[in-house]
Ligand binder design. Structure first.
Ligand SMILES: [Zn+2]
Length: 321
């Protein structure tokens, strides 16, 4: 009997533990948004804004490459990739490198890299990039870098979660680049040390400053150089809740030619196709006033949804070997 009672008590106790654990796992899963059964279909805008707010907070003191503040930002991205159980390309998710800054000092930096394997073409790659560094503290003032480029970095993490739940056809690499503000250093190191054959890269999709536009306009630069991608952007035009404009990529535009003004330029120099998404410069560009309070959440979420549609459209099109 005792046994029976003991067994039934044990069973009740055991079931309680299992239930508690699974509740905990579920709350964990709920927290990370991963639910193996259910396919997440939209961007978690609350998380997106939370990430921008944190990355551009005074606590991270403008995330200058080589500083402890930049390492905190790096850790935040790394933890997200680990939470999402994104595999790493190398031994770790950190691609560490050093470079010599303008003041001749050696700077230690690191890109953070994770990927989602393609279901149909695991050996063909879409490389999504966003730089997570900014200019730090100048003359005692923090340059928070909310739009530049906490916005692109948060979108990169949101896409990692989305494609983790919705495996793409091609393998997608998520690369948070360091030291863009110090001469595109993270992109240079990545492209100089490609973890795959160059010709297996379909394109680089770079995001830099995507969270505010008084004219509700998001630009795509790169179609002048790589017109083959235009039909895929045309295909999402009427679904986008913002104006998706093409341009800022013709040489004759000189200063208004963005081809080499952010990390995608390094890919282009190496003849790796790119599409760059970004807004036109605003009054707070590279000022201490580029803060979370000045981004435009509605525009931002719509911009991120639009870029996601573009990535899916391209991935869908290039699904055959
Ligand atoms: Zn930037």
């Amino acid at each position: 009997m005792k046994n029976r009672n003991y067994r039934s008590n044990f069973l009740v106790g055991f079931l309680a533990v299992v239930l508690a654990f699974s509740l905990d796992v579920n709350s964990q899963k709920a927290k990370t948004g991963i639910d193996d059964g259910q396919k997440a279909s939209a961007i978690n805008s609350e998380q997106l804004l939370k990430d921008v707010k944190y990355l551009s907070s005074d606590q991270l003191r403008g995330r200058e490459a080589g500083t402890p503040d930049s390492r905190i930002a790096r850790q935040h991205i790394l933890e997200r990739f680990l939470e999402l159980r994104l595999p790493s390309i190398g031994r770790t998710h950190l691609q560490e490198f050093t470079f010599t800054a303008r003041n001749k000092k050696t700077v230690e930096a690191a890109n953070v890299i994770g990927f989602v394997k393609g279901a149909k073409n695991p050996k063909r790659y879409i490389v999504i990039t966003a730089h997570y560094d900014h200019v730090g503290v100048r003359r005692g003032e923090i340059y928070n870098g909310a739009d530049d480029n906490a916005s692109g970095t948060a979108a990169l993490m949101a896409f990692a979660k989305y494609f983790k739940n919705n495996p793409p056809n091609n393998t997608i690499l998520f690369v948070a680049l360091d030291a863009e503000e110090k001469g595109l250093q993270g992109a240079r190191f990545f492209v100089d040390n490609l973890p795959m054959k160059q010709e297996s890269i379909l394109l680089n999709i770079n995001m830099d400053m995507i969270s505010r536009s008084d004219k509700n306009e998001l630009y795509t630069a790169g179609l002048y150089h790589y017109p083959k991608f235009k039909p895929h952007l045309d295909a999402i035009q009427n679904k986008a809740k913002i104006k998706l404009l093409y341009g800022h990529d013709r040489p004759e535009l000189k200063g208004n030619d963005w081809t080499f003004q952010s990390d995608h330029g390094v890919f282009h120099r190496r003849k790796i196709p790119f599409l760059y998404f970004g807004v036109e410069d605003h009054k707070d560009y590279h000022k201490p006033s580029d803060v979370f309070e000045n981004i435009q959440p509605k525009f931002y979420v719509n911009a991120v949804e639009t870029i996601l549609m573009a990535i899916k459209e391209i991935d869908e099109h290039y699904q055959k070997q």
